[in-house]
Ligand binder design. Sequence first.
Ligand code: NAD
Length: 504
Amino acid sequence: MNELPMNDQLCDRLATQLAEAKRLSGCIVYDGGLRKALATEFISVENPATEEIIGQVPRCGNDDVDAAIASASLAFKPWSALPARDRGALLVRAANHLEGFLEEIARLSSLETGNALATQCRNEARTMVDILRYFGGLAREINGETSPPEVDQLRYTRREALGVVGAIIPWNAPLMQLSSKIAPALAAGNTVILKSAEQAPLAILRVFELLQDILPPGVANAVSGLGEEAGRLICEHPAVRKITFTGSSAVGAKILHYAADKIVPVTAELGGKNPNIVMPDANIERAAKGILQGLRLQRQGQSCSAGTRIYIHDEIYDAVVEKVLAGIPAFKIGNPLDETTQVGSIVSRKQLERVERYVEMARSTPGARILCGGKRPDGFDKGYFYTTTLIEGVPASSPVCRDEIFGPVATISRFTDFEAVLAEANDTPYGLAATIFTQNLAAAFDFVARIEAGFVQVNQFSVAEANIEYGGTKMSGMGRELSLASMIQHFTWSKAVIVNTSAA
Ligand code: NAD
């Protein structure tokens, strides 16, 4: 088979999305509309499931970044001066408006990311809307504090918007990232310039185009480009007063350097290599289901919170592994736009080769055994598809166990001693997500207290959502997202006010 199988419905979907990709090509969004960029160089956008080029987005440089930031700067005063009720209402209207285009946005995202429409992109588009609506509702909760009364003095704090916020996002869940960044920033009265990832700029452009129907011009702006060019220009631009970034720890460190020179705050949501521990008393069905959920196969494992270091107690190791392996074939790999597909394609050749490199490393490790996968699936000559791969017997010191692979690959280890496994779970530069499966409440809370991770779950492995504060520790980043407290902390600054109330 040379091509992915296509039925009539798929052909229609593809044709519509390709036309949309073409229409958006060459454009960025600022000043209230979709505009042809000034850049003369372009980045090709690929459909990773077919390896075909579906669009060209501008490789923005100074001129485009300056124009978009000028637009955001001009919009800042009136937007931040709007009553919070009105700002929030506009964001809720924007969320409702986007909801009307959910299917279209989800399909476009599926086309460029390779993520399956049925299991990932539709849900992600719904989450995008939900997050926007959630923060719209919270706009009126950005309260300062009043201090206890002092003689003749009223003391209080005001929370002020920061100004233009620069947002930089990755490709793995772009719609969710978009919303997590811009919704709290805008609700708090800031304006935004967002740079999409090179691999997934089109759905972002469409969302920003739609936002212009509701929001005042200049409030929400989007550019495309390379990280070292457009991304860096945004970070270093004097008018950008806050940077909110999601991506790799290596780039996160660079962003902190750029921000240090201007002394502006940074929120950084970075990588993870997350432990998933199954205790001897765990419910076997539930643990196996949780391991499968934790693999984040709906995104081909390309998730910062994926549970990629699985530790199972010796007493139930064989039973749990057997259940997990039995569950994997149900995750059908196929054309991302097909309704029956659960697992799509890895985002790029580069990412696929990275996955293959780590699997080969494991294959040549003495004692390591590939339990399933370890290859591209049969029958796919085109596209960056890869089978779900579980590996046992890899030493904890191996890069396969230590590095974030960012693909459908996880290691499984047998343990007998909880203290030893907890120490191993914490022996990582990362600290994003962690999970334990146990029916012992005391053991669960002991784990919760001692695990070094910002997003901890017991007896389940679900994804981040609005109103669950999200973020990591150590090299997984700084700052939190998706909550009222994080919006106030990261998207406003505090002004202390003392009013002398005496008559004289
Ligand atoms: P990346 O760090 O390579 O790129 C992320 C974004 O940063 C892209 O838009 C890129 O263009 C931009 N960028 C790159 N270099 C830059 C520079 N010097 N200055 C400014 N911007 C720059 O990451 P990626 O490969 O796109 O995404 C995968 C990574 O993202 C993984 O490490 C993953 O764990 C992480 N991630 C984290 C979370 C989280 O919430 N913690 C969520 C999703 C992904």
